[in-house]
Design a binder for this molecule. Structure first.
Ligand SMILES: Cc1cc2nc3c(=O)[nH]c(=O)nc-3n(C[C@H](O)[C@H](O)[C@H](O)COP(=O)(O)OP(=O)(O)OC[C@H]3O[C@@H](n4cnc5c(N)ncnc54)[C@H](O)[C@@H]3O)c2cc1C
Length: 290
């Protein structure tokens, strides 16, 4: 493995370096995906452009409408971000189960998205918040909905030399709850067999007024389960309705069988976990009303 490491101090320098050295370059953030891919020779760039000096991509900021998570934000920072406690619990729950402590100290949200793994844990958590991505590249800046950004295993909408700068999402209305659940073969340091994230909003009469459900590791990419979402809208929240959404979710996924689980088991887990995630959202909303 032989490559030249570049450490640009500004976004402009990073983009111009990528353009000048194209196409044989890769950006690196925490390196927890890329270094493994390089050591397995799945990718072997001659130039690696390190992003960590770009401080403007680090950390969470509140915006007029909600939140912006910089692409270089680590899972540890998400776990400790106080404003995510409560209605945005799904983010803390997803961050808390990525790898082990050492990984969470350096691995970034941007790397999880750009790497485009079907089992990326933070992607469903952001999908259930309807996140939009900000991207900067040689042709300027653009925005892209996360749900359209990942196209398949390892394939994203990022063009060469483009840098993911942040993910943004709006604050949730009153009477909202979120949840993230992950199933693996063991409790820690495990790639998801299936992961599910949900956000639910109720009116004062317990009617579902907004819902978003997303799944990971059950299809070639993490994605929103829109048919399951639709069945909830305008109806009173409750276990039976959540179970119905779970059944629709299981029909919408296209899992594979591999060393971790059979496709059939993943489909079953999707159904159960969607119902359970919605029930947790519901409980959390009722809890905040007390
Ligand atoms: C031991 C171990 C356990 C793990 N457990 C989990 C787990 O439980 N759940 C999970 O989801 N993942 C897990 N991972 C995978 C990995 O930690 C995450 O996907 C992490 O978020 C990747 O972030 P990174 O900063 O390390 O990315 P990097 O490895 O630096 O980059 C990954 C890819 O994204 C690109 N990239 C990174 N940042 C940007 C950017 N801002 N703009 C454009 N492109 C960019 C890189 O070029 C590269 O192709 C684990 C990894 C290890 C080593």
């Amino acid at each position: 493995m032989s490559f030249e490491l570049h450490r640009p101090a500004t976004l402009e320098d990073a983009i111009s370096l990528a353009g000048r050295l194209a196409p044989d370059t890769h950006f690196i953030a925490g390196g927890t995906d890329l270094v493994i891919q390089m050591s397995r020779r799945k990718v072997s760039p001659s130039h690696v452009i390190a992003l960590p000096k770009l401080t403007e991509l680090q950390g969470v900021t509140q915006t007029a409408k909600g939140y912006r998570i910089g692409a270089l934000t680590t899972y540890r920072s998400i776990e400790l971000y106080p404003a995510f406690r409560g209605p945005l619990e799904c983010l803390i729950e997803a961050a808390r189960v990525v790898g082990g402590q050492q990984v969470r100290n350096i691995a970034t949200v941007g790397g999880n998205i750009a790497n485009a793994s079907p089992a990326a844990d933070f992607v469903p958590a952001l999908l259930c918040l309807d996140a939009t991505l900000q991207i900067i590249g040689p042709r300027g800046t653009r925005r892209a909905p996360l749900n359209d950004f990942i196209r398949g295993p390892g394939i994203s909408d990022l063009g060469h030399g483009e840098i993911l700068t942040s993910a943004e999402f709006a604050r949730l209305p009153e009477r909202s709850g979120t949840a993230f659940l992950k199933e693996g073969r063991r409790k820690a340091m495990e790639i998801s067999v299936v992961c599910v994230a949900a956000s639910l909003t109720l009116d004062p009469d317990n009617t579902c007024t907004a819902v978003r459900i997303a799944v990971g590791a059950a299809a070639p990419r993490g994605f929103r389960l829109m048919e399951a979402e639709k069945v909830l809208l305008g109806k009173p929240a409750g276990r039976e309705l959540f179970a119905e959404a779970g059944k629709l979710a299981a029909e919408a996924v296209s899992p594979i069988s591999d060393v971790r689980a059979s496709a059939e088991h993943r489909r079953y887990l999707t159904s159960v976990m969607v119902g359970r995630a919605l029930a947790i959202c519901h409980e959390r909303i009722l809890d905040t009303r007390r």
